[in-house]
Write a protein that binds this ligand. Structure first.
Ligand code: HPA
Length: 272
């Protein structure tokens, strides 16, 4: 695993010496976020030997290195999910790679289902904490001491100062922001209504199929982490309608302008 990671880093370093401050994962709805970047260099995942590439045709994805204002960012346009069949260590490899490139902050975004009954489709939710127990932990296996400690503390995964920055930025831009606990399940099937009731009882506000494994790997490596979910639908059983990927995508697209503005304005302040 470590050798594979260092091999990927080596290949990236042969292509660019870009040093990001912020690593960003662009979830559904932020797919075209790169248009707001001053692009320095693009690197398709497929050109990095050993790098996990999405199995969905046309969704291979790429790194986009560039600037938001004056802040150097590494953006992941597209990511692999655990449900595609990759080992969880491959799912978090890109995060580790961006850390080794120099990124200090990880900004995670995703599309999620709303579990909290006061949420609405189209809301944005800042992550305050997560529940990881329904998905495999990416740190299972021999610990890579060069990356971090065997038993990392998880009491403050989502950095308090970054949370305050996101809240303030939302307020200043008149963007309504929910906050809460995100649970990662493996997918790819959506949850059953009983599972959603269970998650609500456990204190979850949103559910999705990504993000937590990435946050654990980044926390292991000492990154400052923040995350925002786009609540694309109310979760199973909360409305009469069945869930569909199309509905999720449409809601993500609708929320995209405010999502992009919140992310951009927040990242700008991360340079200060
Ligand atoms: N469940 C899981 N993942 C999701 C959902 C959901 O309802 N909506 C968007 N991603």
């Amino acid at each position: 695993m470590y050798d594979k990671l260092m091999n990927c880093l080596d290949q990236v370093r042969r292509r660019t010496d870009f040093v990001p401050k912020v690593a960003m994962v662009l979830g559904s709805g932020l797919g075209d976020y790169a248009e707001t970047l001053q692009v320095e260099y693009e690197l398709p995942y497929g050109e990095i030997q050993g790098f996990p590439v999405s199995t969905v045709p046309g969704h291979a994805g790429k790194f986009i290195f560039g600037y938001v204002d004056r802040v150097p960012v590494a953006c992941m346009k597209g990511r692999v999910h655990y449900y595609e069949g990759y080992p969880i260590s491959d799912v978090v490899l890109p995060i580790r790679l961006m850390r080794l490139m120099g990124a200090e902050i990880l900004f995670l975004t995703n599309a999620a289902g709303g579990v909290n009954t006061s949420f609405h489709a189209g809301d944005l939710m800042m992550l305050k904490d997560h529940i990881s127990v329904f998905a495999p932990n990416p740190l299972i296996g021999p610990n890579i001491d060069a990356l971090g400690t065997r038993f990392p503390d998880m009491s403050n995964v989502y950095d308090r100062e970054l949370q305050a920055l996101i809240s303030r930025t939302a307020r200043e831009n008149d963007i309504f922001l929910q906050e809460g606990v995100y649970a990662q399940l493996t997918g790819p099937s959506f949850e059953s209504p009983a599972e959603i009731r269970m998650l609500r009882m456990l204190g979850c506000d949103a559910v999705g199929m990504s993000t937590v494994a990435e946050a654990i790997a980044a926390n292991h490596m000492g990154m400052k982490i923040c995350g925002i979910s786009c609540i694309c639908n109310l979760a199973a059983g909360m409305t009469a309608a069945p869930l569909s990927h199309k509905e999720v995508q449409e809601a993500a697209d609708m929320a995209a302008p405010k999502f992009k503005r919140l992310v951009t304005e927040t990242v700008k302040s991360m340079g200060n």
